[in-house]
Design a protein around this ligand. Sequence first.
Ligand code: AQP
Length: 332
Amino acid sequence: SPRALSGIQPTAGSFHLGNYLGAIRQYVALQETHDAFYMVVDLHAITVPQDPVELRANTRLAAAQLLAAGLDPERCTLFIQSHVPEHAQLGWVMNCMTGFGEASRMTQFKDKSAKQGADRATVGLFTYPILQVADILLYQADAVPVGEDQRQHIELTRDLAERFNTRYGPTFTIPAPHIVREVAKIYDLQDPSAKMSKSAASPKGLVNLLDDPKVSAKKFRSAVTDTDTVIRYDEKEKPGVSNLLTIHSALTGTGIPELEERYEGKGYGALKTDLADIFVEWVTPFHERTREYLGDPETLDSVLAKGAEKARAVAAETLAAAYDRLGLVPAK
Ligand code: AQP
């Protein structure tokens, strides 16, 4: 069956609703159709300063949340990126395949380094997309489930895979992004022109899955909409309302036209209150499951150890092929 690969950062502690709807839900779905590899990308996390104690705890917390969201270790391979050293190794090779100008065009680096202050941004943050290229190519992935913000990095991955294959002979599968249009970009509840993001200007627009559900419910009820009263999907004229409809539709499985009909003649308050309730109902069992996985660290660590072993077998084979093509002398 085709392969899927994706990674998620452990940095914020809790995942947010954008991570869940844009990416994690697709991870869960692709377990059924793909030979799927998912990892907590701790090596990406250290591109910005991390507190060691927090990083360690957040990495386990990330794995627990992925399991709570529906990843099944019987159906997919779940692991921690740093447990598979081939990522750093192929990452170096890919650094040597990438033009400096090409790397400089990555818009996410521009955004993130601007937020950090250009002087504080690390070389690691700059080459992050290239490590991501290695992450994907090691598993010969066909599909990469991600949100819209990652599209450019997948394009880079395709370019580098093609470049390597042309120079050294067929080695890597050319991956395609798996981006589900409807949920590819979930917006900030206070600023519907910005994507929901862990580094949002204000926490009021960011729905963290592990926050107290009462706090999240309040964020939905005070979401920014517009001065009109009609509930209609219109990304341009009504970005706030459209974002709420997208989230409602994704969590309930109800089509947007049907929601528009249901809320005809009703005010924004009704939509926001309903959505707050729907979210709380969805997130409460998620909290319970996360707590269960965290409360059993032996099982969690053993899932991650088995995952790393399975991942390593695949990654080592790809790395050996790439080293061989490059002309590196094999170690005896
Ligand atoms: N708002 C979003 N809508 C849809 N998908 C999203 N993703 C992130 N935000 C949204 C997707 O979540 C996956 C994991 O993201 P990551 O671990 O790479 O973190 P990120 O993209 O750095 O997340 P943030 O919160 O957006 O962080 P900052 O503020 O640092 O940029 C990815 O597939 C991503 O597309």
